[in-house]
Design a protein around this ligand. Structure first.
Ligand code: NDP
Length: 251
């Protein structure tokens, strides 16, 4: 009997796959049968570790040091994947950063860096991936947004604008590509334990946890399980959706 959740034979790309949520997504996709490529900004050693872990699962792995902000680098990554792994089925736009500050103190650089890394990168990879996805008339794009894009957060105007922008982008692209059988969805994680959130002071973390209905922070595999589902045929009738995985935080 075929398993609708299986990713056997699929080729996936995860941007920002060296750490945190991206690393967890890359490994979960491989565990469920996919060959996986990852990109990263600077973590060369971590990228090699993720590649070795994917290969230990019996899957093919590629790594690319590529700044997600740069369109030409995105095009080169997609070209290399289709040449080396034969095709592309699933694009997970995960790379993201924070540069938090109240707007009174926020510099233009902090604004631009976050908008470019979190939002322009998603345009870059989606645009570069569309040709191979359209050619096979089948494909999945998953954008990692945030609950902050839904409910806002003081000190994160740049970050919440980028993550809310991703949700509008997801719906528009879903409408553009649905006739080609390409599904485009977003996941809005709540507070997940990673290096990104590890920078927050202990008292701020306690306060956040107290406001989460399920009472605790999420783990990276809470997000990667959602990505595996959306990547699989089990989610074949879902497009243009944003799924909150946040312990109820943004209800
Ligand atoms: P981490 O900071 O742990 O990892 C970020 C990843 O993105 C790394 O692999 C990093 O590569 C890569 N990256 C950063 N900038 C670039 C760039 N310019 N080009 C290519 N790759 C880049 O983040 P998280 O795992 O915590 O977050 C992953 C995603 O989930 C982000 O989009 C984040 O906004 C979102 N999210 C996270 C939440 C959380 O609670 N952690 C909550 C809601 C959303 P390198 O290792 O080389 O630096």
């Amino acid at each position: 009997m075929s398993n609708a959740f299986s990713l056997d034979g699929k080729v996936c790309l995860v941007t920002g796959g060296t750490r945190g949520i991206g690393r967890s997504i890359a490994l979960a996709l491989a565990k469920n049968g996919a060959d996986v490529a990852i990109t990263f900004a600077s973590s060369v050693e971590a990228a090699a570790e993720v590649k070795a872990e994917i290969e230990a699962l019996g899957r093919k792995a590629l790594t690319f040091q590529a700044d997600a902000v740069d369109f030409e680098q995105a095009e080169n990554v997609i070209k290399s994947i289709t040449e080396e792994l034969g095709k592309l089925d699933v694009l997970v736009n995960n790379a993201g950063i924070t540069r938090d500050n109240l707007i009174m103190r926020m510099s233009q650089e902090q604004w631009d860096e976050v908008i470019n890394t979190n939002l322009k990168s998603v345009f870059n990879y989606s645009k570069a991936a569309i040709r191979p996805l359209m050619r096979q008339r089948n494909g999945v794009i998953i954008n990692i947004s945030s609950v902050v894009g839904l409910s806002g957060n003081a000190g994160q105007t740049n970050y919440s604008a980028s993550k809310a922008g991703l949700i509008g982008f997801t719906k528009s692209l879903a409408k553009e590509l649905s006739s080609r059988n390409i599904r485009v969805n977003a996941i809005a994680p709540g507070y997940i334990k990673t290096e990104m959130t590890g920078k927050l002071p202990e008292d701020v973390l306690k306060k956040i946890e107290a406001e989460i209905p399920l009472g605790h922070a999420g783990e990276t595999d809470d997000i990667s399980n959602g990505v595996v589902f959306l990547s699989s045929d089990a989610a074949r009738y879902i497009t243009g959706e944003t799924i909150r995985i946040d312990g109820g935080m943004a209800m």
